[in-house]
Design a protein around this ligand. Structure first.
Ligand SMILES: [Zn+2]
Length: 339
């Protein structure tokens, strides 16, 4: 494990606190959470972990449909979920245009393995297709974009960027996306009893934002849940980094980025009270406090702060928006209002 001097001790302690892959949840529960989320009954994370939120959502669903109320998603409950309750994972090869329980389970497995797609809606669209291709390339077998038994087994068995049973789940450290002091930290209270799930860098409008590490951009576009212009980067070991409220975006879905690659410029889009960068780190899609994983090195290559000049504005404005994905409320992130 390569680490810069000084953070090794902190990072190895942190590694103990990170949930093990085994505790990261099951695809079956994730598919259930996705179906319940679509019904407006589940407001938690699609994390594959059967907790109180999942159980109470099942109970509500069962009451609503006059089913036996036991909080367990048995055959009857799954039938009542319609297309979102079937077919079971592995019963068919999934391809573009498919939808169902198995697609939601697949999306969870892909996400857990570090390939994206950054959303779980039970529909096999372009983002899911791109994630399947990434998973197949990483597995080193056939690359056809169709999620059949081999792909599923590989994902289940740990064929991911950073998910392999018994493999070291080493500590990960991130560069600072911008220079400057940190304002609100992780856990700061927010309106409506929410707590802040990232770090805020109160830096001027137009400050260049650099990727916090090597990875692939899995979302670049507007998020209606409060993040505004948002870039999400998938890193190894199930980590994603999020850069929110951007004035403009300079990356695209599928772009391979290194630490420091310019991905956008600081702004105040979405639910934001003024220019700042909201930087969030998630593991298996659960926000974590990134502070101890943050290196002192700044990812932005430009020295100091830099405002958008006319050429950069043009460059950012010129990128075709149609090429960027848009979750339109159907993603894991869409409901949150964090800043
Ligand atoms: Zn924030």
């Amino acid at each position: 494990m390569r680490l810069l001097p000084g953070i090794g001790a902190v990072a190895s302690m942190l590694a103990l606190a990170v949930p093990s892959p085994a505790a990261a949840g099951s695809a079956r529960v994730a598919a259930l959470q996705t179906a319940l989320e679509a019904r407006g009954l589940y407001a938690g994370y699609v994390d594959g972990v059967r907790g109180p939120l999942t159980r109470s959502a099942v109970v509500k669903f069962q009451r609503r449909h006059g089913l036996g109320v036991d909080g367990i998603a048995g055959p009857q409950t799954r039938r009542a979920l319609g297309w979102r309750g079937r077919p079971r994972l592995g019963s068919r090869a999934m391809a573009r245009g498919d939808r169902g329980w198995d697609v939601a389970a697949l999306q969870y497995l892909l996400q857990r393995a570090g390939h994206g797609p950054g959303m779980a809606d039970g529909r096999f669209g372009p983002l899911t297709g791109a994630a399947v291709l990434r998973a197949q390339r990483a597995a080193g077998g056939g690359v056809d974009g169709i999620a059949g038994p081999v792909t599923i087994a590989s994902l289940r068995g740990g064929g991911g960027v950073g998910y392999a049973p018994g493999a070291p789940t080493g500590p990960v450290a991130f560069l600072r996306p911008v220079s400057g002091l940190i304002g609100d930290g992780f856990g700061a209270s927010r309106a409506g009893g929410r707590s802040h799930q990232g770090l805020d860098f109160p830096v001027p409008y137009g400050t260049r934002v650099g990727a916090a590490g090597y990875g692939t951009t899995i979302f670049a576009g507007y998020n209606y849940g409060g993040y505004g212009n948002l870039v999400m980067i998938q890193h190894r070991l199930g980590y994603t980094t999020w850069y929110a409220h951007l004035a403009s975006i300079a990356s695209w879905v599928g772009e391979r980025v290194n630490g420091g690659t310019r991905i956008g410029y600081v702004g105040s889009t979405g639910y934001s009270t003024g220019p700042h960068l909201h930087f969030e780190v998630r593991r298996y899609n659960v926000p974590i406090d990134p502070i101890s994983r943050l290196l002192t090195t700044v990812a932005a290559r430009a020295k100091g702060l830099r405002r958008l000049d006319a050429r950069q504005r043009l460059e950012c404005a010129g990128r075709p928006l149609a090429a960027r994905a848009d979750p339109r409320g159907r993603s894991w992130i869409a409901r949150e209002r964090l800043c």
